[in-house]
Design a protein around this ligand. Structure first.
Ligand SMILES: [Cu+2]
Length: 71
């Protein structure tokens, strides 16, 4: 079953589509994440989730890609 729940984070440091792809790939690997939308201009990342996802796991995945979660 795919839930339509979403959660948002803002990622800093992305400058191009390669950055977007890196962040998307890392976040897509997280348990509970069924889809990832990234807006490069604003840094806004929308996670489509099918199960609760720990904020710390999101932060770690973004850092693994080489970027930062703001706030
Ligand atoms: Cu880039």
């Amino acid at each position: 079953m795919i839930s339509t729940d979403t959660t948002n984070v803002t990622v800093t440091g992305m400058t191009c589509e390669h950055c977007v792809r890196s962040v998307r790939e890392e976040l897509t690997e997280l348990d509970g994440v069924s889809g990832v939308d990234v807006d490069l201009a604003s840094g806004k990342v929308t996670l489509h989730i099918s199960a609760p996802v720990e904020p710390e796991a999101v932060r770690a995945a973004v850092e693994e890609a080489g970027y930062e979660v703001s706030s």
